[in-house]
Design a protein around this ligand. Sequence first.
Ligand SMILES: O=C(O)c1cc(=O)[nH]c(=O)n1[C@@H]1O[C@H](COP(=O)(O)O)[C@@H](O)[C@H]1O
Length: 239
Amino acid sequence: MTAPLIIALDHAHLETALPLVEALDPRRCRLKVGKELFTREGPKALQALHERGFEIFLDLKFHDIPNTVAAAVHAAAEQGVWMVNVHAAGGRAMMHAARDVLDRHGLKTRLIAVTVLTSMDDAGLAEIGVNSPAVDQVMRLAQLTHDAGLDGVVCSAREASALRDRFGQEFLKVTPGIRPGFAQQDDQQRVMTPGQAFQAGSTHLVIGRPVTRAEEPMAALAAIEKELAEAERVSLGER
Ligand SMILES: O=C(O)c1cc(=O)[nH]c(=O)n1[C@@H]1O[C@H](COP(=O)(O)O)[C@@H](O)[C@H]1O
């Protein structure tokens, strides 16, 4: 099956996001609400998108002491979001606490952890004291995430095939930093095209500006879907 698309609604206001939302189809994509929109609009943004039938990835990348993160993950899940994330760098105890709170309350929200941001490269990692290549750091944090019982990771598509080899297909690989041939790289460093990401084993592709800032967002989305369908045909033919 084609890797499901998640459109990043990195808009300043709900009002400015809604025209795009109205043009999108919840059968074709999920929506990601991140720090900017949520900080300004709060839970009413989630409610408005849920009312329109969308599943939501609430991307607030929690990173704090275990008690605080668990409470925040609980609060997110109570609002019915499909997926929520934390930073794997918060460590084993923090991720355990987040996993535990969802299990204790029977909440089905997917819980994933950010490994190494797609805006980072090896040089950027060295500056913060990580002296191994991005892929090694991703694998290290993904192992911790897997051990803590989370559902998967956020990583770049460049690491997806190594993750699939180690943790299998079921462990989610949610990959931002997706750049179709027609789009600019912006502030992303570890990028791949939608077709490459699919081939590499991404289970979900997060796409923001290539669609949301396109002159014709629906045409951009259609081009991405076409590229994914083509990649799927190629991979089926290879089997
Ligand atoms: O957790 C994320 O979603 C995320 C992790 C990461 O490593 N890199 C990354 O770009 N993101 C998010 O994915 C989206 C990518 O947007 P574009 O670069 O506009 O496609 C943004 O909303 C980022 O906040």
